[in-house]
Ligand binder design. Structure first.
Ligand code: NDP
Length: 331
């Protein structure tokens, strides 16, 4: 399977001359994208519901209005509200107000992959999905480093889909780093799969190793330092990117290499593999999306229960982190 990479030299910013971009949702990513687009010279409007975020765009010098009227004025609509909310907003406020020839841009393939939105007649539909947190989308634009993103044209009604999308990618700041073509369906499945396969193993390993270490007499502060607070582990992940997942092995001493490989050979990989296949299947057949929609419709009971656990100030992991932070802070 061949892939296509894009860089800044692939984009012609002039194809967006005279076009207005409406950013729907001034949250984590919405604020960062709006500021980047404006600093790249595009007229930007903000469409937002009447919530606590609505006061922020005027403070940043943007005009803000209800979503419907803001969409009606746009040549490009960047939809930056939570994935599970997009379907309702699409039906009520975005689709009925789209100008003919407008382009709709999503930062995640989720709503397209799981049928929450359709491909409207006469409009372009693009994916511009950053692989970066909202705040860093802004910081990396300002410092010129850029950020990585996945791009695709899902519907090209204008016949100008790729030139327009590449100009938008340049304007938000991702082509300074680079982008790769990936369909909305592939992006959504990939994103969910890594969060739900790799992620739970890392989180569970941290919790279990912490418990065993404390039980064996290691200070809790040393455990959280060893696993992530010293920065050694995030640097190790950095070497995967800079040097290579396998090639960076030689950056570790003989003891770490031998011990790590010995225990990797022992792992029950068949069980892990079966689990990953199951997770993939549940994502690909829409099972996960249905569960998330039911969770949303019920008022997020599971997420509230998780928050009650993770935000407990007295959890031993949190207490250990606070002690380390207090002891090592510069104040
Ligand atoms: P946020 O959680 O920050 O929410 C964005 C805004 O949407 C907020 O102002 C929120 O208001 C508003 N909102 C919530 N519900 C509705 C609704 N029903 N109708 C209209 N507005 C609503 O979202 P993110 O910025 O985190 O994510 C936006 C998109 O970007 C998603 O598609 C996500 O997958 C994608 N993305 C996000 C990244 C990130 O770093 N955050 C990275 C890559 C992609 P309120 O809080 O008051 O409900």
């Amino acid at each position: 399977m061949s892939v296509t990479f894009f860089s800044a030299s692939d984009a012609d910013p002039s194809v967006l001359d005279g076009q207005t971009v409406t950013v729907v949702g001034y949250g984590n990513l919405g604020r960062a994208m709006a500021l980047n687009l404006r600093d790249s010279g595009l007229p930007v409007l903000i469409g937002n519901i009447d919530d606590e975020y609505r006061a922020l765009p005027p403070e940043d010098g943007f005009e803000v209005m209800d979503i419907g009227p803001a969409v009606a004025m746009a040549d490009v609509v960047y939809v930056l509200i939570p994935d599970e909310e997009i379907g309702t907003c699409w039906e009520r406020e975005i689709r009925p107000n789209l100008k003919p020839g407008a382009a709709v841009l999503y930062a995640s393939g989720y709503c397209l992959a799981f049928g929450q939105v359709d491909l409207p007649d006469g409009a372009d539909v693009y994916l511009l999905a950053p692989r970066m947190l909202g705040e860093e989308v802004r910081n990396s634009y300002v410092d010129g480093a850029g950020f990585f993103a996945y791009l695709d044209v899902e519907q090209d009604a204008s016949g100008q889909g790729w030139p327009r999308l590449l100009a938008l990618a340049l304007a938000v700041g991702c082509l300074q780093k680079g982008a790769l073509q990936l369909s909305a369906e592939q992006e959504a499945r990939l994103d969910l799969f890594i969060e739900q396969s790799f992620g739970p193993y890392v989180g569970t390993a941290i919790q279990l190793a912490f418990g065993v270490g404390v039980q064996k007499g290691i200070p809790a502060e040393a455990l959280v330092l060893e696993m992530y607070m010293s920065g050694e582990m995030s640097r190790t992940f950095g070497t995967f990117s800079d040097v290579g997942f396998y090639r960076s092995t030689t950056w570790h001493g003989i003891v770490a290499q031998y011990g790590g490989f010995l225990r990797t050979l022992d792992l029950d990989k068949a069980a892990m593999l079966a689990r990953f296949e199951q997770v993939w299947e549940d994502i690909a057949n829409g099972g996960f999306a249905a569960k998330l929609q039911a969770e949303r419709d019920a008022g997020y009971p599971t997420l509230k229960a998780i928050e009650a656990i993770t935000q407990q100030p007295n959890d031993p992991i949190t207490v250990a982190e606070d002690r380390v932070r207090a002891a090592l802070s510069d104040d």
